[in-house]
Ligand binder design. Structure first.
Ligand code: GLP
Length: 235
């Protein structure tokens, strides 16, 4: 789906998510929603908050599962992904914090077992790193990789260090593995702007391989790409 702007795409994706939540509510089922951090999902989170404030969606039957977290970071640090999610979504909607889940450095693979035991995720939001990573599955990550502790690529550190002006950016993270991501029923990858154009085109045209982890999405039966004219410009 190519939209005129991230804001317009966010309206469509938020509507899709809220409809799915409502359908699960009607049959008394929990909706399991995977969430990303970074700049890319912020317009979507704004739109979900708006729908909640208008009374169009409520999150009481939703459990969220974040893709990743930095290693050895205080959750009070606003640049931790716990902090990011509270600031950009959780503090503004009616989701109990005990229904929000993150991978833990103590036993990263426990996240895969926890998600598998509830039947997998219904829908998962993804951004894409400039090196083709999804979550923090850096190049070299195989399609059956478990949730785990990972060393961040030099390019990822360069991309994200702007958020850590004191220079205290962790160089390791705990990421959801590609196996749990690819086992999700519906994947929604979002990318905005010219800076993502090359990696988007490559991810859709190369032979799927661990060199570009997002390329494994080509083999997933239900992945949607939401782009703007900038990120779609090299397709
Ligand atoms: C981050 C996150 C990813 C995110 C990607 C792109 O480091 N771990 O989940 O999708 O890199 O970030 P941004 O949306 O800021 O471009």
């Amino acid at each position: 789906h190519v939209s005129d702007s991230a804001a317009k795409a966010a309206v469509a994706i938020a509507r899709k998510i809220s409809n799915a939540i409502k359908q699960h509510q009607l049959i008394g089922k929990t909706f399991r929603l995977g969430l990303a951090t970074g700049a890319t999902p912020v317009p979507l989170y704004k739109e979900l908050i708006k729908l909640y404030q208008q009374g169009d969606v409520n999150f009481k039957n939703v459990h969220t599962y974040n893709l990743d977290e930095y290693d050895e970071i205080s959750f009070d640090n606003p640049n931790s992904y716990h902090g990011f999610m509270r600031e950009n979504l959780f503090d503004h909607i009616n989701i109990p914090l005990e229904q929000t889940h993150f991978p833990s450095g103590d036993d990263p693979a426990a996240y895969d077992r926890e998600i598998a035991s509830v039947g997998g995720l219904d829908l998962l939001i993804l951004g894409i790193g400039s090196n083709g990573h999804i979550a923090f599955n850096e190049p070299g990550s195989e399609k059956d990789s478990p949730s785990r502790l990972i060393e961040l690529d030099a390019s990822t550190i360069a991309d994200n260090k702007q958020y850590f002006p004191d220079g205290d950016m962790p160089t390791r993270a705990i990421t959801m593995g590609l196996k749990t991501i690819l086992d999700t029923k519906t994947l929604v990858l979002m990318a905005w702007g010219d800076s993502k154009a090359s990696i988007i085109a490559e991810s859709l045209s190369c032979t799927p391989s661990a060199d570009l982890p997002a390329s494994f999405l080509q083999d997933h039966p239900n992945t949607l790409y939401f782009l703007d004219h900038g990120s779609a410009s090299k397709l």
